[in-house]
Every structure is written in C-alpha cells, then in structure tokens.
Design a protein around this ligand. Structure first.
Ligand SMILES: Nc1ncnc2c1ncn2[C@@H]1O[C@H](COP(=O)(O)OP(=O)(O)OP(=O)(O)O)[C@@H](O)[C@H]1O
Length: 336
C-alpha cells in the first residue's frame, strides 16, 4: 500500500450541537440478542470511557459485531440497552456528529470514487465538501480517493472507512477490526491516529479478535466469549504485577539482600542449571542490579517479565469458545 501518512491535528467543522458538551460514555447494560433460540449476546454489560481507547475483544463468533450493531441501532436488542452519551442511537438527533462508525471495510460501491462516496455521506449529514478533502488528507489517501473504490486494497478501504466515520467530527468512534488489512506501517499510523483522537477526549471503541494486535494501542479492554463478558479493565492489569527474573550464583543471598530493600522474591532455580534464579516482585531492574552489586553477587541474567498475553487470551476465551466445538443447537441464520 502506498499512502502518505500524517498525525496532524484532526480539524473539526466547528462548534455544533452534540460536539463539545455531549457526554460521550458508551454504556451497555444487560444487553442480549437472540437469533431464534441461539443467544449471540448474553446479558452483556460494560462501559467505555471518553479519552481512552478501548479494545473490544473476543474470538471469532464471540458476539462483537452483533453488539456493535445493536449499539449503532442496526439491529434491535432482544433485551437490555446500549447507549451513547445516555441515549440510544435512534434517539440521537444528529448521529453523525456524535458517533462515527466503520463496521465493514468492504461496504463501498465499487464504481464510485472514495471521494464521491464521502461526498454523498457529507451531503446527508450537512457536512462541507472541504471537510471531505480534509478527512481524506488526514487518513493518508488524498490521491487514491479520486479512484474507484472497487480497486482499493483492504488497507485503503479501512482508511476510507475511517475518513467516513470522522466526517461529522463525532465524540465517539466505533471501529470494527480497524487494523484488519493494514500493513505494519499502517497499523503504526492507526495507533498514532487513535491516540491523538483519544487525547482530544474522544471515546474510542475498536474490536479485534486478537489481543496482541491491539496490545500496544488500547488503554482498556472488554473481553467477551460466547456473548458474555469475561474481563473488563485496564490493559496494564492484563500484563499482571511487575516482576523481574534475575539469575545469580547464590539466590538465597540475593533474596535476603532484596528483602532489606523491601523487595520480595521467590526462588525459581531449576535443577539442571548451575546458577540459581529468583523472580523478584519489581520491574526496577536497576535497583536489583544495585542491590546485587552491594551484596557482591554476580548477575548472569536480568529482565522484566510480563504475562504471556496470547496464553492469557486463550485461557480467558478459547477454552470455552462455543465456535470451536459443534455448532450450538438451534443456531441458524435468521433476520434481526
Ligand atoms: N443474523 C444472524 N442469524 C443467526 N446467527 C447470527 C446472526 N448474526 C450473527 N449470528 C451468530 O452470532 C454469533 C456472533 O456473531 P458476531 O458476528 O457478532 O461475532 P464476532 O465476535 O463479531 O465474530 P468475528 O470476530 O468472526 O467477526 C456467531 O455465532 C454468528 O454466527
């Protein structure tokens, strides 16, 4: 993909209803969606805060898109509520100025140029043509936008979708798998772009079926499987408490020296290794090094330890994933 990139400030169309003062929290309460007797979303509750990027995570078929579609008023919940700034999507007066969304990157008329596509949307929302060009510039496809969308790469469609979502300068952005199809440079660009928007106080919810894909992008996570919440919280909590592995000649002596500095540790030496090892309850590697030096102990290895996120995600979701076994009884295609 050859695109220009920018992290320039995101211009807005100026003050208007629903832009500056709108409370922009997303609240999902006891949300349930059944298709026939198959429950796609099951009493789901979570909150997404302004000024933060929240990853909405779960394996394929977990119910993410179904939840987002209810949030955006595209399908009706069987029970429960999904609100943006305290209102259901249908009750928001000028929705494009409150919430921008990109649910499917492929959903563009192939014969229409990217720019024309945005102009049609802009007309509907009462947004200026100038804003269309600004948004195309902002997502890095000003030249490509004059070509037919049918010839776009997946990454270009993602960027066009993002430009469309941003047209009304919404307080809330809801993006379904926005990193899908982006090359590494594109993913880095997207990360900077979303971080900038979150810095402006916008509420950003992005879905993904891979925790690692969004690990460096999101502040908070909402993890679901089988339509149910399994975890909500800060990304930093998923990494677990800070720890460090230190390998030395005399782990008991080092553990004692660390204790004097109020650092607890546990012996993780393995019998087939001549040296011993400690797991210290700190991420301050320099402090461990200083303590070892003062105690006259050599350090053979020293590094911080984080939870294996892939393993954690697997434990939280895949082990119970309904989609990995036989299809749930009664599951069939049905209209919303
Ligand atoms: N209209 C429908 N009729 C019947 N079942 C449906 C319908 N829409 C979705 N489902 C089912 O609901 C479940 C959740 O689907 P959904 O698309 O919300 O999952 P997802 O988490 O977005 O998955 P993916 O990561 O693969 O996009 C799936 O088992 C899917 O087959």
């Amino acid at each position: 993909m050859t695109t220009t990139t920018t992290t320039a400030p995101v211009p807005g169309p100026g003050p208007g209803p629903g832009t500056a003062t709108q409370s922009a929290r997303i609240e999902v309460r006891d949300l349930t969606k059944r298709f026939g007797d198959f429950t796609a979303v099951d009493h789901l509750s979570f909150t997404v805060e302004p000024g933060r990027i929240t990853g909405f995570l779960g394996p394929n078929g977990a119910g993410k898109t179904t939840t987002l579609r209810m949030l955006l008023g595209l399908i009706k919940p069987t029970a429960g509520t999904a609100t943006i700034g305290g209102r259901r999507y249908h009750d928001i007066e000028k929705p494009m100025s409150v919430v921008g969304s990109a649910l499917e990157a492929t959903n563009f008329h192939p014969g229409r140029t990217g720019r024309d596509h945005l102009r049609v949307l802009a007309d509907t929302a009462g947004v200026s043509t100038q804003r269309v060009d600004e948004m195309l510039e902002l997502v890095g496809i000003p030249a490509a936008a004059r070509k037919r969308a049918g010839g776009y790469s997946m990454g270009m469609r993602q960027r066009l979708g993002l430009a469309a979502a941003m047209l009304g300068d919404p307080q809330v952005l809801i993006l379904d798998e926005p990193a899908n199809g982006l090359d590494p440079e594109g993913i880095r660009w997207l990360r900077g772009f979303l971080r900038h928007l979150a810095g402006q106080g916008k509420t950003i919810l992005i879905s993904s079926h891979m925790l690692q894909e969004v690990e460096q992008t999101v502040d908070d996570v909402v993890i679901i499987t089988n339509g149910q919440l399994v975890r909500q919280g800060a990304m930093s909590d998923l990494h677990g408490a800070p720890r460090a592995l230190v390998r030395t000649s005399d782990p008991a002596a080092l553990a004692g020296a660390l204790r004097v500095s109020d650092i607890t540790s546990s012996d993780v030496s393995s019998s087939d290794d001549g040296s011993g090892a400690l797991m210290a309850d700190t991420s301050d590697l320099r402090l461990i090094g200083d303590v070892a030096l003062r105690a006259g102990l050599p350090i053979y290895e020293l590094h911080g330890i984080q939870n294996d996120l892939e393993q954690l995600f697997f434990q939280l979701t895949e082990n119970t994933n309904r989609n990995l076994g036989q299809p749930a009884a009664g599951q069939q295609e049905a209209q919303a």
